[in-house]
Design a protein around this ligand. Structure first.
Ligand SMILES: [Zn+2]
Length: 145
């Protein structure tokens, strides 16, 4: 009598050879687990990007995620040989620091680099626009160069 309802060992009532409700719940649980693992993997990948040896000193984890992401994107493109001017980067001529370049990242952040002839671009600092302005006006640029 396949159609008859019965009580499964789990306590649920239903038809068939096994409890479909428990199977569904198990599947849901597994999907949830998978989603969590995926999240954890994405998080650890993101952490790896933030703490990669070439950018670790920039302490990008102190910036909002979106700003950090943009910084990493720009850094990646600069490393691939794209010119800083493509990102509206400017030399600090007024500060007589022609080898220092300030690149706006969104509206609120700046990426500071140093460019020297025959050398790869050096990433010096990632900071808020506010901190950047303060640093400029206090003439505290020396420490970076
Ligand atoms: Zn069940």
């Amino acid at each position: 009598m396949a159609g008859r309802k019965k009580t499964f060992p789990c306590g649920h009532v239903g038809k068939g050879k096994f409890c479909h409700r428990c199977v569904q719940e198990e599947e849901r649980r597994r999907n949830e687990e998978k989603r969590k693992q995926e999240q954890a993997r994405a998080k650890s990948e993101w952490n790896d990007r933030l703490t990669a040896p070439s950018v670790r000193h920039l302490r990008l984890n102190q910036l909002p995620t979106e700003a950090a992401r943009r910084m990493l994107d720009v850094i990646g493109e600069l490393k691939n040989g794209k010119n800083y001017q493509a990102f509206k980067g400017k030399r600090l001529k007024l500060m007589r620091k022609r080898d220092i370049i300030s690149i706006p990242i969104g509206r609120d952040h700046r990426l500071i680099c140093r460019v020297r002839r025959g050398q790869p671009l050096e990433f010096i600092a990632a900071l808020t626009h506010e901190a950047y302005s303060q640093r400029l006006s206090s003439g505290g640029w020396e420490a970076w160069v």
